[in-house]
Design a protein around this ligand. Structure first.
Ligand code: SIN
Length: 283
């Protein structure tokens, strides 16, 4: 792929995802390079870099080239870097992994994040891959009749059941600096089909972790439709799979991608740093 700079961009699957060579994210921040990386993100929905060595400060400085950063409502960030979350699962820790279940990050916010950057600090010897799914394709492959029904429909999102004081976070994610609280009860309505503010393309915008019901419908009406959409959105043909190594970075566009961190590395430790870039209200 042609870029202004010396980036080498290689797709890793048919649906989405590309590995990028030729950038040192620690200090390579020329405006043309940032512009090429942004374009690669728009073209590929999720991009990957290998062999990076980033301090939290360097991760923050790179991420800020793409917008301001959010602080998480339910996880404390690092003491000196409140925007940086340490996602940790220790070798002796059972139960759920953070990031498991197909989702887009923080879709329960009024303005969910534009994109997330994840940096691999400590990687299990086996397992711990992340799956990504292209939600443009998920929308485009629906029938016209289904598209017509969904266009104009809203879905209610909230963090209830995960980040409230009685939610999943109470008994899991023990080695992360969790802050479950009642803000998780807040609900927000987002369109089921959103239009990407930069590409103008439509994508499916529902996810099993945070979507509760379709607005204006009973539970009985909305659950079968949502169940179909959740399953449709993660069909294998829309996905790619990323195998982490220490120093890998993934940068995904939450406006058109869902992801799912696999929980298949019991007995091994995994630690990542995550930052999220502030986004717009979905339209
Ligand atoms: C996340 O959902 O932000 C975490 C994904 C991962 O750890 O692979």
């Amino acid at each position: 792929m042609q870029t202004q700079t010396k980036l080498e961009i290689t797709p890793i699957a048919s649906a989405l995802g590309a590995e990028i060579k030729g950038a040192n994210l620690a200090d390579d921040h020329a405006p043309e390079l940032i512009q090429d990386i942004r374009q690669a993100l728009l073209d590929n929905c999720v991009i990957f870099f290998r062999d990076q060595e980033l301090t939290p400060d360097q991760l923050v400085r790179f991420a800020k080239k793409f917008g301001s950063l959010d602080e998480h409502d339910f996880i404390h960030g690092m003491p000196d870097y409140p925007e940086v979350l340490r996602l940790v699962k220790e070798a002796d820790e059972g139960g759920y992994n953070f990031g498991g279940g197909w989702h887009t990050d923080v879709s329960y916010m009024e303005k969910p994040s534009l994109g997330s950057l994840l940096y691999a600090v400590d990687i299990p010897l086996i397992g711990g891959d992340t799956l990504f799914a292209n939600q443009y394709l998920a929308y485009e492959t629906l029938t016209d009749a289904m598209k017509e029904m969904l266009d104009g429909l809203n879905c209610i999102h909230s963090a209830l059941g995960i980040f409230d004081p009685k939610g999943v976070a109470r008994d899991h994610f023990k080695n992360m600096n969790m802050n479950p609280n009642n803000k998780a009860e807040e609900e927000v309505a987002h369109p089921v089909v959103r239009t990407h503010p930069e590409t103008g393309r439509k994508s499916l915008y529902v996810n099993v972790n945070f979507c509760k019901r379709l607005q204006g419908m009973t539970n009985e009406e909305s659950q079968p439709i949502l169940k179909f959409l959740f399953e449709h959105g993660r069909r294998e043909i829309f996905t790619c799979r990323f195998q982490w190594k220490k120093g890998s970075v993934a940068f995904w566009d939450n406006r058109c991608v869902q992801h799912h961190a696999l929980n298949d590395y019991q007995g091994h430790r995994r630690e990542m740093y995550r930052v999220t870039i502030s986004g717009d209200r979905p339209i």
